[in-house]
Design a protein around this ligand. Sequence first.
Ligand code: ATP
Length: 244
Amino acid sequence: MTPALEIRNVTRRFAGLIAVNDVSFLLQPREILGVIGPNGAGKTTLISLISGTLAPTSGDVLFEGRSLAGMPAYRRARLGIGRTFQIMRPFPGLSVLDNVAVGALFGHGGGHAKLAKAREQARAQLDFVGLGKFVDQRADELGGPGRKRLELAKALAMQPKVLLCDEVMAGLNLVEIDEVIAVIRKVRDTGISVLVIEHVIKAIKSLSDRLLVLHHGEKIADGEPAGVLANQTVIEAYLGKRRI
Ligand SMILES: Nc1ncnc2c1ncn2[C@@H]1O[C@H](COP(=O)(O)OP(=O)(O)OP(=O)(O)O)[C@@H](O)[C@H]1O
């Protein structure tokens, strides 16, 4: 089976700093892959290299077997690569519904050219993530947990085949984390492959089919979650962080 994503020897430098260093891995269709690592390990950079907001210094990203080299972010989104942002940026002044409708207008396959159709799709995505009751509220009036769900709905409205989630559980309480986990599982059940970056180790352990660990830009482990978290190198990378 062709992988949904293949990351092939990807390196990204920022001046003297190597943020991502010769990283390779696969994301299989319908897989939930968790990516963890201490602060500054290169996780967000990795998502940006896949979604196309950053270009690799070397290496290649393949989507369904096809190289994305040189392809801008908007075209990758149209091909089916959706992402959420760690720093949430709802369009201020727009309703929750229209924030998501924007995603539907520009998403996979060119999106829905008609606003009415985009709003219809946005409403369905908001129901899906549990924000159905808030469609008419201004997006910048949503609280933290609501904004996390909004980020997910915005990305899903683009009808991605691959969803890249950047810390969608950060700042949530345990109940809210469980709710987001349930939403991500539902996303996978619709046939979407998911890459999840997260600091909440317990959550990502139960959510992920496979876990990949980055440390100083390098992949130090990749495998079944319980085994990866018992790995001595991984424990040392987190020593003192109290996150395992
Ligand atoms: N645009 C940039 N210019 C210069 N350095 C950058 C840039 N973006 C990231 N970095 C550096 O690259 C390294 C990896 O950063 P990145 O944000 O990918 O880490 P992260 O694992 O997502 O961290 P966190 O968990 O804190 O979000 C860090 O040292 C960071 O300071």
